[in-house]
Design a protein around this ligand. Structure first.
Ligand code: NAP
Length: 521
């Protein structure tokens, strides 16, 4: 477009995981085709592209861990592996005609709100710049690996990598390997590599509650039925969803009810771990559910093998090829695998967004992440997060939360169109404050806050800014539509004409602020 210094789009979506691809499908369904999806990697898939470690699979059944608008009757297993989920996302990309919108190898380095033009300037690492009326940030909370700052790590002469950046060229066979961490990633990696390595030392800072994994192949007959009678797939999904909705109150209101689940996890352990000393090491001292409940029927059998040693202490120092735990235990290894999670409450993308007040999202959130209905942060007009603050789940499928947020996005775009002209919605501090006070009030009784553990759900201040303290239906209701009273309507010149046609007539304009209620009256 000749009148713009940079390419202009209605919407820039950042990331092409479940959130970004879902947003792209939803925008197209709303009749919006003037958008791009900026992806830093060389293919779509987000966390399901990046996590290719041995044994990587989802803990949520596939018929629920998939888009409601893109059912897959061919899921091969009840809990599908990473390669099947990744292939599913590739198919979604093709089926919904998303390829023309996707720009691979476009890592966003900076997004800056232009308060005069009422658009976001989006810069990418490959030197490109575009402007977008709306940004949908779908970078996901599990995208930037976290490696702890261990003294001496730089002196380690062997191989080091993170679970989400697996080095498939490195042959672990016959090696002495250290696995750091006992989260969802580590407990899948341990049984997958144990048979091949010479010796596996597991540095366990905190033991995990591990339930048996009821994984099985989905039979040909079942798949045939789901293919021929699609309503059976919908019913299966509905059942999986309903069971999980019924479990929510135990997590959010009555953690005591989770006690009996601990017995199932203990039995899962006792089946394989016969040594009482090892059982004691592996038994958690916090309420199940406080950290994510892990599923594995292979983890404990692997830990019982002769070539595995569990160090019941975190890694605290590296001296050459010797790893030293906090309790002084030493282990000499050839390779270190960090299963130490992600930058969730300090996500790097927040340093790359500068809002209306001229400060970054990271600065805005330095006291803790906060946004309106998981989407809009104060001072960041027309900038929306998919899987934003307090939208995570402890027991169900994140795809349900993503789809709820897509409803909100669709209504947001409709509201902008109805308002017309150069216009932006800016979340009111009072609305954001009220929403977060309600969320935090409900959080007080949850197992995540009362269960006696530390987890990635909590930020550096001990505040739970990641998990949704309710059912997915409640969140869906809360995000069904945008309540304009919760936003300020920021106006540019050309109000009354359509946004795209007015976009070219904004140079030198300064935005004015109208009360939301007034603007729609
Ligand atoms: P995580 O749950 O954050 O676990 C990180 C682990 O690293 C924890 O056990 C932590 O110990 C440990 N750790 C950190 N520093 C350490 C140190 N110096 N020494 C020893 N241990 C240390 O990370 P994750 O396993 O990658 O999982 C993150 C999330 O991704 C999961 O909660 C889940 O939502 C998702 N995920 C899902 C699946 C699935 O569906 N199957 C698989 C993988 C990941 P502490 O417990 O003491 O902090």
């Amino acid at each position: 477009m000749a009148e713009f210094e940079h390419e202009h789009v209605r919407v820039a979506v950042i990331g092409s995981g479940f959130g970004g691809l879902g947003a792209a499908v939803r925008l197209r369904r709303e009749g919006i085709t003037d958008f791009v999806v900026l992806e830093r990697g060389d293919s779509v898939g987000g966390t399901w592209r990046d996590n290719s470690y041995p044994g990587c699979a989802c803990d949520v059944p596939s018929h629920l861990y998939s888009f409601s608008f893109a059912p897959n009757p061919e899921w091969p297993r009840t809990f599908s592996g990473q390669e099947h989920i990744r292939a599913y996302l590739e198919r979604v990309t093709d089926t919904f005609g998303l390829r023309p919108h996707i720009r691979l190898d476009h890592e966003v380095t900076m997004m800056t709100w232009d308060a005069d033009k009422l658009w976001w300037k989006v810069e990418t690492a490959n030197g490109k710049t575009l402007v977008a009326d709306v940004v949908v940030s779908a970078t996901g909370p599990l995208s930037d690996p976290k490696v702890p700052d261990i003294p001496g790590l730089d002196t380690f002469p062997g191989k080091v990598f993170h679970s989400a950046r697996w080095d498939h060229d490195y042959d672990l066979r016959g090696k002495r390997v250290a696995m750091i961490g006992t989260g969802a990633s580590a407990i899948q990696i341990v049984p997958s590599i144990q048979p091949d390595v010479d010796k596996l030392t597991l540095f366990q800072r905190t033991p995990a509650w591990v339930m048996p994994r009821m994984d099985r192949e989905i039979s040909g007959a079942e798949r045939w039925l789901h293919r021929k009678v699609p309503v059976t797939g919908t019913a299966r999904r509905g059942l999986l969803w309903g069971i999980r909705e019924l479990q929510v109150s135990a997590f959010t209101k009555r953690p005591g009810e989770l006690g009996f689940v601990e017995n199932i996890a203990k039995a899962n352990m006792a089946k394989s771990i016969k040594d009482p000393a090892l059982r004691a090491k592996l038994t958690p001292s916090y309420r199940i559910g406080c950290k994510r409940i892990l599923l594995s029927s292979a983890y404990y059998p692997a830990l019982a093998k002769d070539n595995v040693n569990v160090v019941a202490s975190g890694l605290s120092e590296v001296r050459g090829s010797t790893l030293v735990a906090s309790d002084g235990t030493e282990a000499e290894v050839d390779a270190i695998i960090f299963g130490t999670g992600f930058h969730v409450t300090d996500m790097p993308i927040a340093d790359r967004v500068v809002g209306a007040e001229g400060i970054t999202l990271a600065e805005t959130w330095k006291g803790g992440m906060e946004s309106l209905r998981g989407a809009s942060a104060v001072g960041f007009p027309n900038w929306m997060t998919i899987i934003g603050p307090n939208t995570g789940l402890g027991n169900s499928s994140m795809i349900l939360m993503i789809e709820a947020q897509l409803n909100y996005l669709a209504d947001y775009m409709r509201q902008l169109n109805v308002l017309g002209g150069r216009v932006a919605l800016s979340a009111r501090p009072s609305a954001v404050g009220a929403w977060n006070r309600r969320v935090q009030e409900r959080m007080k009784r949850t197992v995540w806050n009362t269960g006696g553990c530390d987890s990635w759900y909590l930020d550096a201040n001990g505040r739970n800014t990641t998990v949704w303290p309710g059912t997915t239906s409640e969140f869906r209701r809360a995000t069904r539509e945008v309540n304009l009273a919760e936003y300020e309507v920021v106006r540019g010149p050309g109000a009354g004409s359509s946004s795209s046609s007015a976009a070219s007539a904004t140079s030198g304009a300064s935005g004015s602020v109208a009360e939301a209620e007034g603007a729609v009256a």
